[in-house]
Ligand binder design. Sequence first.
Ligand SMILES: [Zn+2]
Length: 251
Amino acid sequence: MFDAGRGAIPRIAQKQLPFDSIDPLFVSHLPVDHIGELSDYLITSWLAGRRKPLRVFSPPGTAEVIDQLMGGVYQRDIAFRTEGETAMGPFIGAQVTEIRTGETVDGGKWRVTCDEMRHGHGLPFTERFLSRWICLGFRVEAEGKVFSFSGDGVMSDSLIRLGQGADLHLQCCYLARSDIERNPQGKALAEHTLACSDTAGKIARAAGVKKLVLTHFRATTPEVLREIEADVRQDYAGSLALANDLDDFDV
Ligand SMILES: [Zn+2]
């Protein structure tokens, strides 16, 4: 599983995926749209029967965030379920491994490498803030296939390396080109924070990916999505899809 942002829990339920055995979880970074349902996931999967710590591979700072959620915010909830209602036994949380650029997680039948994305770099943040703001992208190799996931970020050498020749590349694509041209905020965002339709196709072409799937849209009206698709088509001629919740894609 990659990220646990808003909607993760109901979508897993709708898909009838097994809460008790999805493992491990990779987290790209720590904003609310990527971990908003992480604590829900930890508690719900435990209640669904998970009996081993969920392995979480994620950027530095994650262990502290999970400690604060489980040991602080949800401490009462967990105490209720362990001290009075004891049927589920002791709470089983996460086993966090904080990873950084270039590290590989070897799962036997699969390998995941990560790289750091450019996400807000170039904006007037302090070095100290940026050192605590690591956003990872992932490259998964399994059964001779490659799946890559941009996380959040703009075009960079590390992103293109990550997606090199991928069978399926999942790319954040926030705004349509007209939105970027219309307002300066959108322009700055497209340049520094999140890839938009002016670069998503260029990233895919530079990396030579076989199939490009776009996600992380700001607006999902049919008009905006059609515009994004047309923009990306100007730069990328390969297989292209815009992801909807609950979609399945073969790698
Ligand atoms: Zn995001």
